[in-house]
Design a protein around this ligand. Structure first.
Ligand SMILES: Nc1nc2c(ncn2[C@@H]2O[C@H](COP(=O)(O)OP(=O)(O)OP(=O)(O)O)[C@@H](O)[C@H]2O)c(=O)[nH]1
Ligand SMILES: [Mg+2]
Length: 366
């Protein structure tokens, strides 16, 4: 095993012995400096994920080692699943190092929402979580949004220190770093870091030299198992992640009505005046409205509403949460799947989700 060389796509140490472990490259495919492991090769060329053996706990350890250094931390968050993309105990993990927050995937939210409004919303949520960043920047790594401003802000605050880009898996850390690499270092596409829609793409630190013997690091994402992407198979992950700007779907609901979100979630409007339920989900999630008293029957008749994971019918095993809605406009968020915006005065809803998936009510983002 050669522990000196890392895969430039995912950061895993290259080894030539075991195909079932990360970092595998057949001996005859070894080049001198830049090596891409077999898993990254498959991901980059065929969008196929090889499920290999790896130790997930190590990712949190990496975060703790960052806490032992004096560095600048760039904390990336996904605007589509803001709370699902927060790291529990984040400030403690990084020992209160300086933080810049990048709120990513802005391109998925409707263009009509003002950037300033989003920024204030993000700042309020961060304050509630006890996170005090030096700056908050709304961005889309995919669209190079505010890239120059982000670069200048990082350079201004890093004071010759290393920079670590951290966050929950899939928030877009590597995509953003690739945007920097392409824009500022003119790195060509075939030498970029591997990115994919599957959680857990980057496997170890990837160091990118800055001008003065310090480094910018891409890091493996922290796993949040409460998100929908962690219970779906690889094909379905692709379906639920929105690829472009969300178009809201509006349903006028009376009490006693139910919405199904594919076979993955269900919301019953138990009590309250007629109101609009505005749904923000991937186009591939089919939404059905029915009377709550007919909901179980509808579910039994329609195969499309039935979703099986590892042979278990998720809807049948669904757990539910009851919420009394606040007086102000709020979102019901189903972590990783989407959210429904509602303005109902003290209405009551029941939300069904598969086991392990988290649901929350928050101040509306839009
Ligand atoms: N719509 C949208 N998608 C994005 C954006 N940035 C990244 N993505 C997508 O999000 C998915 C994850 O991107 P990555 O860059 O691999 O995420 P990561 O944070 O490095 O993930 P890990 O390495 O698993 O921690 C990919 O499908 C990207 O195309 C963005 O700004 N907008
Ligand atoms: Mg990555």
């Amino acid at each position: 095993m050669n522990t000196e060389i890392k895969c430039y796509g995912c950061g895993a140490f290259i080894q030539n012995e075991n195909q079932k472990y990360i970092g595998y490259v057949p001996k005859n495919a070894m080049q001198r400096d830049q090596v891409l492991c077999q898993r990254c090769f498959q991901l980059k060329n065929y969008h196929k994920l090889q499920n290999l053996h790896m130790e997930k706990d190590d990712f949190l350890k990496i975060l703790q080692t960052i806490g032992e250094k004096d560095c600048l931390v760039v904390y990336m968050i996904d605007l589509f699943d803001f709370h699902g993309s927060l790291i529990q105990g984040f400030m403690r993990h990084i020992s209160y190092n300086d933080v810049i927050v990048l709120a990513n995937k802005r391109d998925i939210l409707p263009k009509s929402v003002k950037e300033r409004k989003l920024e204030h919303w993000v700042r309020r949520q961060l304050k509630e979580e006890g996170i005090k960043p030096l700056d908050v920047i709304i961005t889309s790594g995919k669209k190079n949004m505010n890239l120059d401003y982000i670069y200048d802000t990082i350079m201004q605050h890093r004071h010759k220190r290393d920079v670590y880009v951290v966050g929950i898996t899939n928030v877009g850390k590597s995509t953003f770093i690739n945007a920097l690499l392409k824009h500022y270092a003119k790195i060509e596409d075939n030498h970029l870091i591997t990115v994919s829609e599957f959680p857990g793409t980057t496997l170890n630190l990837i160091e990118i030299p800055l001008d003065d013997h310090s480094y910018l690091y891409d890091t493996p994402g922290i796993i949040n198992e409460d998100q929908m992407t962690h219970i779906l198979n690889n094909n379905d992950i692709k379906k639920i992640i929105p690829q472009s700007e969300l178009s809201p779907m509006v349903f006028q609901l009376n009490q006693g009505q139910t919405l199904f979100f594919g076979g993955l979630a269900r919301i019953d409007y138990i009590d309250g005046e007629q109101t609009g339920f505005v749904a923000y989900f991937s186009k591939n999630i089919k939404i059905h409205r029915t009377k709550t008293i007919n909901a179980d029957g509808l579910y039994d008749r329609h195969k499309t509403l039935q979703y099986e994971i590892d042979g278990i019918n998720t809807m049948k095993d669904m757990k539910f949460f009851d919420f009394t809605l606040p007086d102000y406009k709020c979102d019901i968020v189903i972590s990783g799947l989407g959210f429904v915006s509602i303005h109902s005065h003290r209405g009551k809803v029941r939300v069904y989700v598969p086991p392990k998936i988290s649901v929350m009510i928050r101040e509306a983002i839009i």
